[in-house]
Design a protein around this ligand. Structure first.
Ligand code: AMP
Length: 277
């Protein structure tokens, strides 16, 4: 496994990589969710590149960029164990030199849900992912359904800007009690960790109501909010039952639908979702 920190170095290596080249972008502090993408990509590709880059431009000024968890040594050991060929680990200065002024923006679908709560977030995401695609020239890139809106936005960017690669979305990996794995779970103290189960419980409730025949999307949102309201440590940011393509809120449930939510548990903001199909 080769650890590469500069764009000039990767440019020399890339032509020598056997194709197809698979790519898994991450912000590090790796867990089984990340590793599920890496394992899937390892089987499907002759070469496998993983990036670790905590992208400053996708964090708002009052968000957790500075304290975002980092453990490079542990990440590299995990990736070595998965037989990754290249780890691309640029510095912020390498990715954003002084007077950096070029941005990639997808409109509309980025204005809802995470985009509404985190202004500028997706502009940072699409810009860094576009840059990583240009630098690494992968044939296939892998994203988690955990960040459903992000996967949708990236797919739209790739299709509409005619980028020559395939995007694959893979299922959310959960802890045994249902909590979606996330690097941010490390912020939770034991009481908050317990309270965080309310996200999964709310999604389960939506699925149950749907399977019992409920088709009123606002009732689903109401019932989920009411369940979250019973957890004193939880403060909902949004609860959504939306069209999977436009992310517009539904009145009557039509399939497929994306049920998603963002909830603050103490100071930690967590997201999760489930697809009704
Ligand atoms: P991050 O390091 O949080 O930027 O995540 C890197 C990639 O891993 C993204 O495509 C995420 O959607 C994906 N990911 C994060 N958590 C999970 C999870 N629990 N299950 C599956 N994929 C995940």
């Amino acid at each position: 496994m080769q650890v590469v920190k500069t764009i000039s170095e990767i440019r020399k290596i890339r032509p020598k990589l056997a194709e197809p080249v698979g790519f898994v972008p991450t912000m590090g502090y790796l867990h089984q969710g990340h590793l599920s993408l890496v394992r899937y990509a390892r089987v499907e590709n002759r070469s496998l590149v993983v990036s670790i880059f905590v992208n400053p431009t996708q964090f708002g000024p009052s968000e957790d960029f500075e304290r975002y968890p980092r453990d490079t040594e542990c990440d590299l050991a995990l990736l070595e164990n998965e037989r990754v060929d290249i780890v691309f680990m640029p510095s912020a200065a390498e990715m954003y030199p002084p007077r950096f002024n070029s941005w990639v923006e997808v409109s509309h679908v980025t204005e809802r849900l995470e985009g509404a709560s985190r202004p500028g977030h997706f502009k940072g995401v699409t810009t860094v992912v576009c840059k990583l695609f240009n630098i690494l020239q992968p044939n296939v890139a892998y994203f988690g359904q955990k960040d459903a809106q992000q996967a949708l936005v990236i797919k739209k960017m790739v299709a509409e800007l005619n980028m020559d690669l395939k995007i694959v979305t893979l299922p959310t990996v959960r802890e045994s009690d249902g909590l979606a794995m996330s690097s941010r779970n490390t912020y939770l103290n034991p009481k908050e960790r317990q309270a965080a189960l309310v996200l999964h419980q709310a999604l389960n409730l939506a699925q149950k109501l749907f399977s019992e025949g409920e088709r009123d999307a606002s009732r689903l949102r109401r019932e989920m909010l009411s369940l979250i309201g019973k957890e004193p440590l939880a403060k909902p940011d949004y609860v959504s039952v939306a069209d999977t393509e436009t992310l517009e809120e539904l009145d009557t449930l039509t399939l497929p639908a994306l049920v998603s939510l963002a909830v603050k548990i103490g100071k930690t903001r967590l997201i999760d979702n489930v697809m009704l199909e």
